[in-house]
Design a protein around this ligand. Structure first.
Ligand SMILES: *Cc1c(COP(=O)(O)O)cnc(C)c1O
Length: 366
């Protein structure tokens, strides 16, 4: 029996009738950008995040980039980012013309370590961009307290954490603004690219709304040099259908995670995910660590179980950032974690038997 890491069709099949109806409705309407579907989705997703505003954009990286632009962060400015993250977090900062300054993670949660942030703050620091990595919220009250003390903005990279809660409060309303991605593989995924900015700050929402549409509020009246980054009507209509299922789907991921945690608890050579008492993760990924990671993934593959690595190369060691000066940065823990992480199959496609097969094979080879 073959167990893929992810099968996006499972989510489609569960909602086929409604998704097909949404497709037909939008195609028949003759209106494909900046219309009713987007407006409705923006209202519904803002409400879901318990935030005042949502602005749909082209993708998750644009969401982060446009927040930075809206805050006036650019050349000469520094933004503190996690060293252990998907590179899009960094690229958004670079795209705005600012400099990403990496801070190492906590070894148990893999999220940015609040204890190490203060040492990275300089006169040029303008913002902290924590990532809720793997679907688990970062330690936001400690990050916000630091930001308050130094007059910094806090931008959540919530691309992996739709619906996750920090001390009972949803991601998306925990900082000044949040960037979400609706890349197909995310917990709330479109059938193509998509993203959104969520915020309680009217000025940020308003600026992003203008920036995403060539810098104009009224057609052909361009206030600023904007961009073209919009969430189209089809994707918005699909996301409206899927949003209604998000809590149920996140609960199913939580069940799978619970099962993995129980079944693997006795396997001493594996480091399992750690969830702080204040976190309600949504398990975008289920990531374990092993010194024998490469052997383990090979053995699992031989037994038709697909695993992935998130992420095999940290941003600062990627070719894209090879010209930055990394002297004085050891980022040792990030390198260490990179060598050991392994993501187990996670998603709606997994049946009880699949999870059983994954855990029994893991125990055999770990
Ligand atoms: C997916 C992702 C992004 C980028 O989202 P896109 O929609 O692919 O542009 C940014 N940050 C993190 C942490 C992500 O996982």
């Amino acid at each position: 029996m073959n167990i893929p890491f992810l099968d996006l069709k499972a989510g489609y099949l569960e909602l086929k009738a409604e998704l097909d109806a949404a497709y037909q409705r939008v195609i028949d309407s003759g209106w494909y950008l900046l219309g009713q579907e987007l407006e409705a989705f923006e209202a519904e997703f803002a409400a879901y995040c318990e935030a005042k505003y949502c602005v749909g954009v082209g993708n998750g990286m644009d969401a982060l980039h446009l927040i930075l632009r809206a805050l006036g962060i650019g050349p000469g400015d520094e933004v503190i980012v996690p060293s252990h993250t998907f590179i899009a977090t960094w690229l958004a900062v670079s795209y705005a013309g600012a400099t990403p300054v990496p801070v190492e993670p906590n070894v148990k949660t893999y999220n940015i370590d609040p204890n190490l942030i203060e040492a990275a703050i300089t006169e040029r620091t303008k913002a902290i961009m924590p990532v809720h990595l793997y679907g688990q919220p970062a330690d936001m009250s400690r990050i916000n307290a630091l930001a308050y003390r130094y007059g910094l903005k806090v931008i959540e990279d919530a691309a992996q954490a739709h619906g996750a809660k920090y001390r009972g409060q949803r991601t998306g309303s925990l900082g000044d603004a949040a960037g979400f991605s609706f890349y197909p593989g995310k917990n709330l995924g479109a059938f193509g690219d998509g993203g959104a900015v969520v915020t309680n700050n009217q000025e940020i929402a308003d600026k992003v709304r203008v920036l995403r549409n060539y810098g104009s509020r009224t057609k052909y009246h361009n206030e600023v040099q904007g961009f073209n980054s919009r969430l189209d009507e089809l994707q918005a209509s699909f996301l409206r259908v899927k949003l209604k299922k998000l809590d149920e789907w996140n609960a199913r991921r939580t069940m799978i995670a619970q099962y993995y945690l129980e079944k693997l608890a006795e396997t001493s050579s594996l480091t399992l995910p750690y969830v702080p008492s204040w976190a309600e993760p949504v398990w975008h990924l289920f990531v374990i660590r092993s010194e024998k990671r490469d052997v383990l993934s090979k053995k699992l593959k031989e037994n038709a179980i697909q695993t992935l690595i998130h992420y095999p190369i940290p941003p600062h060691l990627s070719e894209a950032y090879q010209n930055n000066n990394w002297e004085g940065y050891s980022l040792k823990l990030t390198k260490h974690i990179t060598r050991e992480v392994l993501s187990l199959p996670m998603g709606l496609h997994l049946a009880y038997d699949d999870i059983q097969t994954v855990t029994s094979n893991l125990k055999r080879f770990a």
